[in-house]
Ligand binder design. Structure first.
Ligand code: CU
Length: 313
């Protein structure tokens, strides 16, 4: 089934992928066999029972109990078998092993954030160790999203005001794509992230070194990195073009007018409050769609972004 799976499915990189592919393969092959069987029988009956002469009469047989029982019982067994198989796999997917490593997932329009037990949050990059079960505790800040990693064969809705969980165990180090598969607005298709699977040692090392700015990196460069990694660039350009949000070009020190008619000069305080409480001042000509980064970007991160924005003259 493995070989067959790789023909039209993405690579299978988690412990449960083989199970999912086996069931998918079974259903696909059974459907093809039944479909071809019905097709052949239909054509054969058309030929065999074609009216051949004027005194050909229709048979008086109107049913055959044995035949009807057989063609009801066989599909029932098939359906119960597929249900049983699917349900046991579903239970396995829904009950994480007790020793699973936990990561918090926050979905919002239109990015993902991943929070680790050391307090570090990585925007749009999920880092996990290989060969260890990982449990994701997921929530949405706004609308319905859905968390999907094709290579791991896992997909689960991410819902506001409720936690949902899903788990997997990666069997190969490397990168895979994360999609949102619940249509959630204009930039739904940009709601991409990646999962990076490390060897256990490298993961521990990553966890220790992550969080905060590398000591030798200038503040504005770190801000630029966060601008890309946190998904700000899907809504804010740096070249003056208008995306979902205003461009950063010339932003710092300019006079901003808001939808309520008030205005302010864009200084550090204004930019910080725009990031933490975006709905407080909504720039005239724009919709109040910016998500808050409260709990996702630290004060340090925000200082770096402010420095980066200052450079966009
Ligand atoms: Cu989404």
């Amino acid at each position: 089934m493995d070989k067959l799976g790789s023909l039209f499915l993405p690579p299978a990189k988690s412990t449960n992928a083989a199970d999912v592919d086996a069931l998918f393969g079974f259903i696909s092959i059974t459907s093809v066999i039944i479909f071809v069987g019905i097709l052949i029988a239909t054509i054969a009956f058309i030929i065999i029972y074609k009216r051949k002469s004027d005194n050909d009469v229709t048979s008086l047989n109107d049913h055959n109990t044995t035949l009807e029982i057989v063609w009801s019982i066989i599909p029932v067994f098939l359906i119960v078998y597929v249900f049983y198989w699917g349900f046991t796999d579903y239970l396995k997917l829904n009950i994480p092993p007790a020793n699973a490593y936990e990561v918090q997932v926050i979905g919002q329009k239109w990015n993902w954030a991943f929070k680790y037990n050391n307090g570090y949050t990585s925007p749009n990059e999920l880092h996990v160790p290989k060969g260890r079960p990982v449990k994701l505790v997921m929530q949405s800040r706004d609308v319905l999203h859905s968390f999907y990693i094709p290579d791991f064969r896992i997909k689960h809705d991410v819902i506001p005001n409720r936690y949902t969980t899903v788990w997997f165990e990666a069997i190969e180090s490397g990168e895979s794509v994360i999609f949102c598969t619940e249509y959630c607005g204009t930039s739904h298709s940009d709601m991409l992230a990646k999962v990076i699977v490390h060897e256990e040692e490298d993961f521990q090392k990553w966890l220790k070194e992550s969080g905060g700015r590398p000591a030798d990196m200038p503040l504005a460069d770190y801000g630029k990195m966060l601008y890309t990694k946190s998904g700000c660039q899907t809504c804010h350009s740096t070249d003056g073009s208008k995306l979902v949000g205003p461009s950063y070009k010339g932003l710092f020190g300019s006079k901003k007018t808001f939808t309520d008619g008030s205005s302010l000069v864009a200084d550090e305080t204004y930019i910080k409050s725009s990031i933490l409480n975006p709905s407080e001042h909504v720039v005239a000509g724009f919709a109040p769609v910016m998500p808050t980064y409260q709990g996702i970007l630290s004060n340090d991160d925000i200082d770096a972004i402010i420095e980066f924005i200052k450079e966009q003259k």
